[in-house]
Design a protein around this ligand. Sequence first.
Ligand SMILES: *Cc1c(COP(=O)(O)O)cnc(C)c1O
Length: 369
Amino acid sequence: MQNQTIFQLAGSGVQQLIPYQPGKPVIELQRELGLKKIIKLASNENPLGPGPKTVAAIQSALPELARYPDGSGFELKRALSSKHNLAIEQITLGNGSNEILELLARTFLTPESEVIFSQHSFAIYPLVTLAVGAKGKSVSALNYGHDLDAMLAAVSENTRMVFIANPNNPTGTYIQPNEVEAFIKALPEQVLCVLDEAYYEYIDAKEQFDSVTWLDRFPNLIITRTFSKAYGLAGLRMGYGLSSTLIADLLNRVRQPFNNNALALVTAEAALADQEYLQKSQQLNCQGMQQLTNAFTSLGLPWISSSGNFVSVDVKSEGLPIYEALLLKGVIVRPVANYEMPNHLRISIGLREENQFFIDALTAVLKDV
Ligand SMILES: *Cc1c(COP(=O)(O)O)cnc(C)c1O
C-alpha cells in the first residue's frame, strides 16, 4: 500500500516511463557466460577507441581534478565557435547530447505541450517528453524513415517541439537537406525543431550539408552534435547544441553549473583538433559497412540503407532469439523490438575482424533456425 502511494507521487508521465535499455556491456556478458572473447557491436561506439592525442589530453588534465571545471566551458566553446563560425553565445555544452535533449524538454515543455517524433526514432525523445509530463505523438514512418509531410500535418496548436534525427537511429535513414529545410520553414514559429545530428560526421561527403548555416534564418531551430560517435568518446559524455543566442540563454538558465566534467572539456577540444582520427573513423566505417552489407546480401537478408555507423538488418524471423544465440557466441548486437522492429537487429560497424567474427556467428546461428 505504502509503495503504491510513493508510486503515485511521481508525475503521471514518469509513471508511464520504461527505463532506457542500453546495449549490454561486455563485462556483464563476461560475468554471465565466462566467455574469453566477446565483441560488442551494440551501441554505435567508435571501434578505434580514443585517439592518442585525446588520451594525452586526458592525462594532462588529471592534476587539476581537485578543482571544479570551467562551468562556462569557454575554451571548448571557443574552438566550436571557430569550427562552426558561430558566436560563443550560440553554443550549449551538454553531458552528452542527450543532456541537451533533456534540457530542451525541461526548458520549453509543460504538461500542456505536445511533442512530435517519428516511429522507429531515438528512444530518448519520448523519454524526455514523458519525464516532464508533456504529451508525445509518434508519427508513422515511411520506409523506416521520417515522413515529414505527416509530421507537419500532426502539428497542432499545442505542439511545441519536433524531434528529427538525421541520420536516424536505429534505422540509419537520411533525409535530404532540402527536405529538412522545407520542413523547418513550414513549421509554425512556436514549434521548436530539434535536429539531432549525432551521426553527422558519418554522412557520405557527397550528401553532407552544413545545416548550421540555417541558424541565421530559423530562430526556432536547434542542432545537436556529439563527441560520442565519430570522435570516439562515448564514455566521456560530451555533446553540444547550436542555436540562436536566445535558446542558448534559456538552456543555460536551466542547466547545472558544472554539467561538463573537467576531463571532458579538455579532451573534447583535443579530439576536435584531430581531423586525422576523424578521417580514419569515417574510412573504417565505410569499409565496414560494405563488409557487413555484402555479407547480408550473401545470406539473403534485407537491410536498411544507413548513413550512420550501424546498420539494421532484417533477420526474417523474430530478432530476439537470434540476438540471444549471438550472445552465446560472444557477440553483442542490439535487438530493436522496442522500436517496433521485431525482425531487425541493429549492428554497429566494428573493426574488420570484429565484423567478420559477427558475420561468422550470424551465419552459424541462422543455420540453426
Ligand atoms: C548516440 C545518439 C546520440 C548521442 O548521445 P550522447 O548523449 O551524445 O552520447 C544522440 N542522438 C542519437 C539519435 C543517437 O543515436
